[in-house]
Design a protein around this ligand. Structure first.
Ligand code: ZN
Length: 289
């Protein structure tokens, strides 16, 4: 099954939905780090949730979901761009016990950021992480920060991660007042195996065959890391020539490691002098005047 996002709407009720299934994208994340099983479960669910949420937003840029904790798991990050490129990573300490989200992260914060492609000011919303599951944390965030009634169901195993989202659109009045509770009730009958294993059309038909549903063209989702040598050069420039020279004097090179994709960027003395060549020339010109 190709990784995709499937959008749908209820023709006669102000309800929209998204469904996502990730196989290659999820495996690209898990093969790069050996995540303990309980953390892998939460990371997979957050990836599906990130894809679903990004699909509901109208923007050009990247959606970043971050869970910060003081429990055994310190940080989980999922990023999804508006063209559905994803990456994710996590930090943890020692053994990770079996447990729910609260037990893994302790008391923590849930931050949602939108970073526009245009380089404009990014938006960030932060709430206390007061939930036992990723789905509950996200539903709570959407209800309090966005005032949009949202229900999310997530599932994950070693091979796949998947999710279903329903949103009650606030702007449309409906004659069918029962439509939202009915849709919630029907979606809640979903089983993890169905979410992970059935084709979206098949699953949506199974859940909502008595409703009038319109399905849109699915969008592909894929893994892509946005790190690059140019970006690392930008970081080194911020550090400054003196700092970079002192690291090279100590270790022979500056090494930067991408936590998302595991790529390693190394700069020796020649590389780093080239990065700062213009600055060095300007400084030399300055001393001559
Ligand atoms: Zn990377």
């Amino acid at each position: 099954m190709a990784d995709s996002l499937q959008r749908f709407i209820f023709e006669h009720a102000p309800i929209r939905g998204e469904m996502v299934q990730l196989t290659a994208t999820w495996q690209a994340v898990t093969e790069r780090h050996d995540y303990p099983a309980p953390l892998r479960q939460v990371l997979g669910e957050l990836m599906a949730a990130g894809a679903l949420l990004a699909a509901t937003l109208k923007f050009n840029g990247t959606l970043i979901l971050q869970l910060h904790g003081n429990g055994p798991v310190k940080l989980i990050v999922v990023e999804c761009s508006s063209d559905h490129a994803m990456r994710a990573t996590a930090k943890w300490d020692g053994d990770i016990p079996e447990g729910n989200l609260r037990e893994l992260l302790g008391s923590g914060r849930f931050a949602i950021s939108l970073v526009p492609e245009s380089g404009q000011q990014s938006y960030q919303g932060v709430v206390d992480l007061d939930a036992d599951s990723i789905a509950a944390a996200l539903e709570h965030y959407m209800a309090t920060s966005e005032q949009i009634a949202t229900r999310i169901w997530l599932a994950c195993d070693e091979q796949r991660s998947a999710g279903l989202l329903l949103q009650k659109l606030p702007e449309r009045e409906s004659a069918d007042a029962d439509a939202w509770p009915r849709a919630e009730h029907l979606a809640a009958t979903i089983k993890s195996a169905e979410l992970l294993g059935l084709e979206p059309q098949q699953l949506l038909h199974r859940l909502f065959h008595e409703e009038d549903l319109r399905l849109f063209e699915p969008h592909p989702v894929y893994f892509r890391c946005s790190c690059s040598r140019d970006r690392v050069v930008g970081m080194l420039r911020l550090l400054g020539l003196d700092e970079v020279r002192s690291v090279i004097a100590e270790r022979g090179e500056v090494e930067v490691h991408c936590e998302f994709c595991n790529r390693r960027y190394a700069f020796d003395a020649v590389d780093s002098e080239a990065i700062f060549a213009a600055d060095i020339a300007a400084a030399a010109a300055g001393t001559r005047h």
